[in-house]
Design a protein around this ligand. Structure first.
Ligand code: CAA
Ligand code: NAD
Length: 282
């Protein structure tokens, strides 16, 4: 199947990045969110990323304008009815995602691929909700999308060969490295990464060291590009908590219990970069 038109739902940090890279290889993109303000935030993110690339002379002004003109916006899922693939990047909440997949199962064309950028939710759950199990797949990009090379392509038990192969090829066309991963909570990336971030939070809670010291240990001691607490702020503490909750519930293992400090910070609206405060102030 040829992918000509891509719908991206959720214009937050991940959705904007996904729309940008798809538009960058000349796909027609429709970026969708729940209101005009959020859609416009997504366009602003794409514009400032591209502007940085122009300043650094990686692309010229004309290319920037072409990429921007490849992206249209909408606040109605119904306007994605002629897309060949829809990539969902809304909040990490299983009930909200199930509702969306049920809607997409009704409103998109019958052979459209329904892909989720979920960080942790088993793809089989979303496939079942859609009523179009063969067409549903995980397409898990890493943050920041324009920079990071990995895409986990998650194959649920019901994902068809055609859906999987087309999604895998799209990731390659995007100049990413796709990796096949089977359908387990948190996949590979977040089953390994998030317990580490959660443990760093326990280190703060128990007074093992200050956040900056913990991050320095992991940066200089383990050559991580960002310390775990800076990275948690960057991902979004709400998203980190949602991932830990999925791992805790679905793996049914106490080793995945979310750190109480993480729960408290999310309750207090300290979500990291996106709200201006998390383990650090921005
Ligand atoms: N959006 C787009 N581009 C960005 C960016 C952003 N938010 N942040 C940085 N960049 C670009 C910069 O423009 C720069 O590009 P050039 O070198 O081509 O000019 C490049 O990235 C490097 O940026 P900086 O020099 O400013 O800073 P850096 O060297 O520290 O790199 C980083 C920034 C790439 C984010 C690096 O710190 C890093 O790799 N951090 C770890 C990121 C990571 O682990 N991501 C995975 C998160 S987990 C996940 O995504 C899965 C999930 O489900 C939660
Ligand atoms: P975000 O909070 O930056 O953006 C989420 C966007 O989804 C918001 O603009 C919100 O208005 C919109 N939204 C919520 N409900 C919606 C609905 N029903 N219809 C349309 N739009 C809706 O979140 P994010 O960090 O971009 O994460 C999005 C998804 O990507 C999550 O599933 C997350 O787990 C996953 N993910 C996040 C990261 C990361 O590092 N943040 C990395 C990989 C995957």
């Amino acid at each position: 199947m040829k992918i000509r038109k891509v719908g991206v739902i959720g214009a937050g940090q991940m959705g904007a990045g996904i729309a940008q890279v798809c538009a960058g290889i000349d796909k027609e993109v429709i970026l969708c969110d729940i209101n005009e303000e959020f859609v416009q935030n997504g366009i602003n993110t794409i514009t400032s990323n591209l502007q940085r690339s122009v300043t650094k002379e990686r692309i010229n002004q004309e290319k920037m304008e072409t990429i921007l003109s490849n992206v249209n916006t909408t606040i109605q899922n119904g306007n994605l009815s002629d897309c060949d693939i829809i990539i969902e990047a809304i909040i990490e909440n299983v009930n909200v995602k199930k509702k969306l997949f049920a809607d997409l199962g009704q409103t998109t064309k019958k052979d459209a691929i329904l892909a989720s950028n979920t960080s942790s939710i088993p793809i089989g759950i979303l496939a079942e909700a859609s009523g179009r199990q063969a067409n549903v797949v995980g397409m898990h990009f890493m943050n920041p999308v324009p920079v990071m090379k990995l895409v986990e392509v998650i194959r649920a038990k019901t994902t068809s060969d055609e859906t999987f192969n087309t999604t895998f090829k799209l990731a390659k066309d995007l100049n990413k490295t796709p990796v096949l991963v089977n359908d387990f909570p948190g996949f590979v990336s977040n089953r390994i990464l998030l317990p580490m971030l959660n443990e760093a939070m326990f280190c703060v809670l128990e007074g093992v060291a200050e956040p900056k010291a913990i991050d320095t240990v992991m940066k200089l001691g383990m050559s991580h590009p960002m310390g775990p607490l800076r990275l948690a702020d960057f991902i979004g503490l709400d998203t980190c908590l949602a991932i830990m909750q999925v791992l805790h519930r679905d793996m049914n293992d106490e080793k995945y219990r979310p750190c109480p400090l993480l729960i408290e910070m999310v309750k207090n609206g300290k979500l990291g970069n996106k709200t201006g405060e998390g383990f650090y102030k921005y």
